[in-house]
Design a protein around this ligand. Sequence first.
Ligand SMILES: *[C@@H]1O[C@H](CO)[C@@H](O)[C@H](O)[C@H]1NC(C)=O
Ligand SMILES: *[C@@H]1O[C@H](CO)[C@@H](O)[C@H](O)[C@H]1NC(C)=O
Ligand SMILES: *[C@@H]1O[C@H](CO)[C@@H](O)[C@H](O)[C@H]1NC(C)=O
Ligand SMILES: *[C@@H]1O[C@H](CO)[C@@H](O)[C@H](O)[C@H]1NC(C)=O
Ligand SMILES: *[C@@H]1O[C@H](CO)[C@@H](O)[C@H](O)[C@H]1NC(C)=O
Ligand SMILES: *[C@@H]1O[C@H](CO)[C@@H](O)[C@H](O)[C@H]1NC(C)=O
Length: 379
Amino acid sequence: MDAILRVVVFIFICSVFTVQVEGANFFCSYYNKTCTNTTHPPPNQNTTYCGNDGKTYHGMCAYFRASCSRNVTVVATGVHCENKIPTRAPPTSPPPLTYFEINLYHSITRNIDDRLELSKARGISPAKAKPIFSRQDHVNKTYIRNPDCWAYGLDLTPISPWNSNHGIRKAGTLVSKRHMLWARHYGIPVDSTIRFVDLHNNVVERKVAGIRYVNHSSTGHETFWGRDIVVGVLDKDVPDSISFAKVMPKGIDTFRPRRDTRLPVMSTDFEEKALVTDFSYYMNTGIGLRTPDVHSLEHDYYESKIVGDSGNPSFFIIKDELVLLFVFTSGGAGGGTSINHYYDEINRLMKEEGGDYQLTPVDLSTFGLPGKTLPHLIG
Ligand SMILES: *[C@@H]1O[C@H](CO)[C@@H](O)[C@H](O)[C@H]1NC(C)=O
Ligand SMILES: *[C@@H]1O[C@H](CO)[C@@H](O)[C@H](O)[C@H]1NC(C)=O
Ligand SMILES: *[C@@H]1O[C@H](CO)[C@@H](O)[C@H](O)[C@H]1NC(C)=O
Ligand SMILES: *[C@@H]1O[C@H](CO)[C@@H](O)[C@H](O)[C@H]1NC(C)=O
Ligand SMILES: *[C@@H]1O[C@H](CO)[C@@H](O)[C@H](O)[C@H]1NC(C)=O
Ligand SMILES: *[C@@H]1O[C@H](CO)[C@@H](O)[C@H](O)[C@H]1NC(C)=O
C-alpha cells in the first residue's frame, strides 16, 4: 500500500468516531500543499477511491478535495470498490466489574499498597524497606528479619533464603509442610539442605528427599518452557513455626484482569528483597508480570529480575496470606509457568512423593455473592 494511502486509511480508521474536524483539516492542508502544486504533481494519481457518499474518486487529489470540502471518507478502493476498508465496530466499554472482581481486586491491591503507603508514611526509603532481612549470615546461620521491610507484618516463612546447592541462588517455596516448588531450569538436587527462618529468626533446615517435574515425559527431549516447575519433597515436615504458601483456587485456571486493572504482586529476588511488580495474566501454561507505571507507588519497590533470581516466588497477598502464583523462569518484569495450569498434576506428584499433602487453595468465597460459584476471570 502506498504510504499516502496508508495515511488516509489511518486517518480514516482513527477519525470515524472522533475527529472529522481534525481529519478534514489534514485533508485540506494536504490538498492545499500537494495537489495544487503544478510543478511537482503528487504520485499515485491512478487509484480509485470509493467514498461513503457512494461516489468514486480517481486519484488521491480528487478524493482529498472531496474529503476536505464535503466530509467524505474512504470505504473502499479499486475500480469496482473491491478493496473494502474494514470498518471498526463502535467502541464498546468493557463490561462492569462483578461484585466478586471488585472485592478480590480490592483485597489484592490493598494488601500490598496499604503496606507500601504505611512504609512511606513512616519515612522508610524503598532501599531500606525492600530487604526482608536486615542481617543474613549464611555461614553462621544468623538471620534477622528487617522490621523496616514493608512486608514485615506478613508471614514470609515459606520462602527459603538459602540452600546448600547454590547458596542464596536457586530459591524454593513451601506449598505444604513437606513440599516445595522451584524452577526446573535452576533445580536443587536431592540431598541438598534447604534453610528456612521462622518469625523469631530461628533457623530450620531440611533435606531434599525427592524431586518430580511437572508434565515430564519419560521419552525426554523436552525443554523446560511451559513446564518450569519442580515439586520437591523434604525428608520430614517443617515445624509449625514455618508456614507454607497457599495457591489460587483450581477453578480459576485463567486469570486475566482488564488492562487498566493493575494488581500488585510480591516477589523475592536472590538477595531476599520483597519486590513489587504488576500482575499481567495467567492462561494455559503461561504467567507474566508487567512493570508498574513509573509514576506509581509500586514502581519505587520494583526491580527488573536478573540472572540468579530464577526460581524465586511471586505471590498475590490476599487476606494477609501468601498466595503463590509461580516461580521465575524469565527476567525483566518476570514470567514463568502457571501453577494453576498444573494444579492437578502438582497434587498428583505431591501424592506420589508421599506425606498425604495437597495444595491449599486460598478461600475466595467471601469475595463473591453467597451461593455463587467462582467465575472465570477473563478480562
Ligand atoms: C486550503 O486552501 C483554501 C483556499 O486557499 C483555504 O481557504 C483553506 O483554509 C486552506 N485549508 C488549509 C487547512 O490549509
Ligand atoms: C511543490 O513541491 C516541491 C517538492 O515538494 C516543493 O519543493 C515546492 O516548493 C512546491 N511548490 C509549491 C508552490 O508549493
Ligand atoms: C490507471 O488505471 C487504469 C484503469 O485501472 C489502467 O487502465 C491504466 O493502465 C492505469 N494507468 C497507470 C499509469 O497505472
Ligand atoms: C462528517 O461525517 C460524519 C459521519 O460520517 C459525521 O459524524 C460528522 O458530523 C461529519 N462532519 C461534518 C463537519 O459534517
Ligand atoms: C561467624 O562466626 C565466626 C566465629 O564463630 C566469626 O569469626 C565470623 O566473623 C562470623 N562471621 C560473620 C560474617 O559474622
Ligand atoms: C505437556 O506437554 C505437552 C508437550 O510436550 C503438551 O502438548 C501438553 O499440553 C502439556 N500438558 C499440559 C497439561 O499442559
